[in-house]
Design a binder for this molecule. Structure first.
Ligand SMILES: Nc1ncnc2c1ncn2[C@@H]1O[C@H](COP(=O)(O)OP(=O)(O)OP(=O)(O)O)[C@@H](O)[C@H]1O
Length: 365
């Protein structure tokens, strides 16, 4: 097991800066996820940890040992790729044994270790099959077994589930977590799928355009995003520009030009992100925190509006409301039966509770 410390690493490919001045400390035994849209530098960062790329600037250390320019085979990391990267003409056993053969482990030791790991990933009956005769999910298990059999200090997974269908993806998520917990191995997982990141990770780093925007636990990232990029990338949210007006008791008052109204926000750390004087500000309110009622709603931040769209998803219902100022707010409620669904054209009141709003700055590019 290892800690992984990335200090001020930058990777340039010609004119393209794929990763810029990245600082991340991954703890021993942690399940750590790099999350972000396509092209934001996740894979490049993972490859610098694996040793397939060396940083243009900065330092990579494992347990305080400088690994910045150590070749991949000397890092003791296990890697799983999106496309599995197995040898199709070899059997399951041969694929998994490959890394041990390279490391000159004895035949009897190899047999024992491969058999043990194949039991762990529940593929022991398939030992003699060619991998080309396995399903996608089974091939990904072989890739996992191959990465784990060398007893790596760090497990690196690059979008390992993206070629699988939804049901299998769910099953493999649990499988990966079970193995990771069993082995207690420091694991770095790359994905652009926020649900995967939220459900699996101890901590997440959210990337955008080669820069890390925020590092935190899934609940921190969801409940306390540091800027509009993170708020929008993780989950759904309503984002509306606002400007600070004044402070009153335990509340801050912001003016919202779009709603032509003042907005009250509870002045706590959870509700107000750090920002600078010159930052452009937005309020973010999650659809599940928006209250709608046909009858009157009391208290702060109540607006009149009209329902323009109702979307039924099964477990929940999304309702889009156009406020009199023309701004559109989305609300999400758990499905509580047909009698509770609103219809298009219904006149409603919408409340944005002061303790559910988060004030955030616009992300700096
Ligand atoms: N070998 C390379 N040569 C030139 N540019 C590269 C190379 N590898 C990556 N890039 C560029 O660096 C940026 C980051 O790429 P990277 O593959 O790390 O992103 P990513 O977040 O993993 O994306 P995806 O989810 O699509 O794999 C992109 O603009 C990409 O085009």
């Amino acid at each position: 097991m290892s800690t992984v410390n990335l200090s001020a690493i930058t990777k340039q490919f010609g004119d393209v800066t794929a990763v810029e001045e990245l600082d991340i400390l991954i703890k021993e035994g942690e399940f750590f996820t790099f999350l972000g849209p396509s092209g934001c530098g996740k894979t490049t960062t993972l490859r610098m940890i694996a040793g397939f790329y060396y940083p243009t600037k900065g330092k990579v250390t494992f347990n305080d040992k400088d690994m910045t320019t150590v070749p991949p085979e000397k890092r003791n990391t296990g890697m799983v790729f999106q496309n599995y990267a197995l040898f199709p003409h070899m059997t399951v056993f041969e694929n998994v044994a490959f890394g041990l053969k390279v490391r000159k482990i004895t035949k009897s030791q190899t047999k024992k270790r491969v058999e043990d790991i194949l039991k762990k990933v529940r593929l022991d009956q398939y030992m003699d099959r060619q991998v080309s005769q396995l399903s996608g999910g089974q091939q990904q298990r072989v890739a996992l077994a191959r990465a784990l059999v060398i007893e790596p200090d760090i497990l690196l997974l690059d979008e390992p589930l993206s070629n699988l269908d939804a049901r299998l993806r769910d099953e493999m998520r649990n499988e990966i977590l079970r193995l990771q917990r069993d082995y207690g191995i420091t694991t770095i997982y790359v994905t652009h799928d926020q649900a995967e990141a939220l459900t699996m990770s101890d901590r997440i780093a959210v990337f955008n355009m080669g820069k890390c925007q925020q590092v935190g636990t899934p609940t921190e990232i969801y409940n306390q995003p540091v800027n509009d990029f993170v708020a929008e990338f993780i989950g759904e949210t309503n984002l509306i520009p606002i400007a600070f007006k004044k402070e009153k008791n335990n509340e801050k008052i912001y003016h919202c030009e779009q709603l032509d109204a003042d907005i009250q926000v509870q002045a706590t750390e959870v509700n107000i992100a750090e920002y600078n004087r010159n930052d452009q500000l937005l309020m973010s309110i999650r659809p599940e925190s928006v209250q709608i009622d046909k009858a009157s709603l009391t208290g702060e931040n109540v607006f009149k509006g009209e329902v323009i769209l109702v979307q039924f998803t099964g477990a929940s219902v999304h309702t889009y409301i156009k406020l009199s100022s023309d701004a559109i707010i989305r609300a999400t409620d758990l499905n509580e039966g047909p009698s509770t669904y609103l219809t298009n054209g219904s006149k409603v009141n919408v409340k944005l509770p002061a303790d559910q709003i988060r004030v955030i700055p616009k992300a700096r590019m």
